[in-house]
Ligand binder design. Sequence first.
Ligand SMILES: [Zn+2]
Length: 284
Amino acid sequence: MPLVSILDELKKAQAEGYALPCFDTFEMHGTLGIFDALEAKRAPAMVGLYSGMFDRPHPRALADYVRAMAEEATVPVSIILDHGASFEHCMLALSLGFSDVMYDGSQLPLEENIANTRLIVRAAHAVGAAVEAELGHVGRGAEYQRFGGQGKGFTDPGAVEYFVAETGVDFLAVAVGTAHGLYEGDPRLDLELLGQIRQRVDVPLVLHGGSGLSEEQFRAAIAAGISKVNIFTDLAVAASARLIAAAGAEDASYFGMTRTIREAFQERCTHYLDLFGATGKAEG
Ligand SMILES: [Zn+2]
């Protein structure tokens, strides 16, 4: 399908009460597994490429590969820059044909986050891409008890309306108790805060740091107004576990290992598509 922004699909998800996943990828075999799942489950989704790709060799080759996969897919798939570190990274992503970008100014003072986001929104909209920004800061799971566990860094509900109006951002990542990577202790979601944010703005809301939440927590977050969920760590953990288990087998092989990565990604992505209610939403 032609590559287009995911915004319309996100608005549909918001209106109908399900969520779309953003699965990050760093290489080819995991990517194949993601698309296997999306095709089999007839689900729209985003594939995320992390902004750090621009600090590593061959960012264009990876972007071209994922973009070709998305264009060959028979379901709507957007390529989104994940945690865009700067205006420059967001512009590089757009120049490589990304259909959406996230800019992450969540660690900057509010007015600086607003100024940078506004500039990126203007540039992205000029080429038909939508923009995600982050208000409040979703930190690292390894440090969870120092912030999330104490309610620190959460999105200020009083600033949400102002931020969206000032920036013109299309969808918004919020900090309501999740964290990136593996959690130290158990995650606690502030669903009341999420509900307050939901009431104040119309844009689709995004949950980062999904890996490690229980199925009940995912369902509750989506019921409280989350329309996009970012998932990566769980895919990587599942693939790693399978590779370690497979490595000791008599018939372990290079090609077998690449299939193992692909199958692990497909299985976990399938699980999330069903859990989020995205299955079958590519049609109608
Ligand atoms: Zn994230």
